[in-house]
Every structure is written in C-alpha cells, then in structure tokens.
Design a binder for this molecule. Structure first.
Ligand SMILES: CC(C)(COP(=O)(O)OP(=O)(O)OC[C@H]1O[C@@H](n2cnc3c(N)ncnc32)[C@H](O)[C@@H]1OP(=O)(O)O)[C@@H](O)C(=O)NCCC(=O)NCCS
Length: 180
C-alpha cells in the first residue's frame, strides 16, 4: 500500500470509492432514494470540479494497492478561523478497513497541515449516527466540540458533531509522528 498526492486523473476513481463508501456507511442516515440514485452523479461532478478548479488550500491524497484506489483523504488548510484545517473527507474501501490505512491517511493530512499551517487546529464534522468513524477519531484523541445539523442534498436533516484537535502535535504523536 502506498499513499500519494492525488491528481486530476484520479477524479473518477475517487468518486467511485466515495459513492461506494457513502452507500455502505450512510445507509439509514441518508435517504435510500438519494444513495441509490443522484449521489453518483453528484459525487462525480464534485470531484471533477475539485480537480478542475482546486481551492488554493486543497490537499488530496489517495491510498493505492496494486494501482487501485482503496482510500482517500481531502482537507482544506486553515479553513476555519477558530478550528483550523478541515478534514472534509476520509474514506477507506470496505475490504481494506482495519488495516491502518485510515490512520496513515490521517498522518499525511496532519503532517501537511502542521507544515503548511503550523498554527492551525484540525477539525472535521461527522454524522452523529456514524459511531465507527467517531470511534476512529476518538482513539486518535479528537475532542467533541459542538453539535449541529446537516441538511444533505436530499432527505431530512441529520445531526452531526464537530470533532477537533486543539493541539495538532497531540494528533501527530498519537500517529507516531513528530512535528515537521
Ligand atoms: C473511519 C475509517 C476512515 C477508518 O479507516 P480504517 O482504515 O478502517 O481505520 P484504521 O484501520 O486506521 O483504524 C485505526 C483504529 O481506529 C479504530 N477504529 C477504526 N474503525 C473502527 C470501527 N469500525 N469500530 C471501532 N473502532 C474503529 C480502532 O481503534 C482502529 O485500530 P485497531 O484496528 O487496531 O483496533 C473507515 O472506517 C471508513 O472509511 N468509514 C466509512 C466512511 C466514513 O465514515 N468516513 C468518515 C467520515 S467523517
């Protein structure tokens, strides 16, 4: 398994994994009508736009096994004035979970953020019913900051929570990394 920076030619592969992951992980949280239908076109459009017009603070890495994308992370450096770098997406293919790929993707994001935005905290939003992901982040020392409501593209509102690391060094040390 190797982790590398993502490029425009990865847009379709990342979008496919994103769709599969949402369909599996968010079933029962987002509507079936959305997950079984428009999510595919919507995620594909999103990824092609992200690579065609990348925000200046965008960082995308993929995990590859035998040239297949099996995981990815997307972050926006120092996106929030208080909570710093935003981990926007983190997904690992079902058949590759619990092999440390999520942690390695997090390590790349945390290292990049500490290098490019040394004073920024790191944060993310996770759906409240998504307990496996919350567990993953809490094992890494994330702190529950606040609750809010997300209005997905289709279907009813879903509760979500903001998790953050006030001291990015604490995340790096949980990941066995030293500060850059
Ligand atoms: C969350 C996610 C990225 C974790 O990726 P992963 O590669 O499976 O995670 P790792 O193997 O690096 O796990 C590291 C540790 O996190 C914890 N952890 C990970 N998945 C867990 C789960 N399903 N339940 C409980 N703890 C979990 C464990 O402590 C694990 O260590 P262990 O396997 O030695 O016990 C992955 O489960 C995923 O893609 N989920 C679906 C998409 C999603 O919800 N993304 C987050 C959106 S905010």
């Amino acid at each position: 398994m190797r982790i590398r920076l993502a490029h425009a030619h990865d847009a379709t592969g990342i979008a496919c994994l994103h769709v599969r992951s949402w369909r599996a992980a968010y079933r029962g949280m987002l509507s079936d009508a959305y997950l079984d239908g428009p999510v595919e076109a919507e995620r594909t459009r999103l990824w092609h736009t992200r690579f065609a017009q990348p925000a200046p603070n965008q960082y995308v890495v993929v995990a590859e096994v035998a040239k297949q994308i099996v995981g990815f992370a997307c972050a926006y450096g120092a996106e929030d004035p208080t909570w710093g770098t935003l981990l926007e997406n983190l997904h690992v293919a079902q058949e590759h979970k619990r092999r440390g790929i999520g942690k390695r993707l997090m390590a790349h994001v945390a290292h990049w953020s500490a290098q490019t935005h040394p004073h920024a905290c790191l944060h993310l939003w996770v759906l409240k019913p998504n307990l496996p992901a919350q567990n993953f982040y809490q094992v890494l020392g994330a702190e529950h900051i606040e609750s809010a409501v997300w209005h997905p593209p289709e279907g009813g509102p879903v509760p979500q929570i903001r998790l953050a690391w006030r001291q990015p060094q604490s995340l790096l040390s949980k990941l066995g990394q030293s500060a850059p």
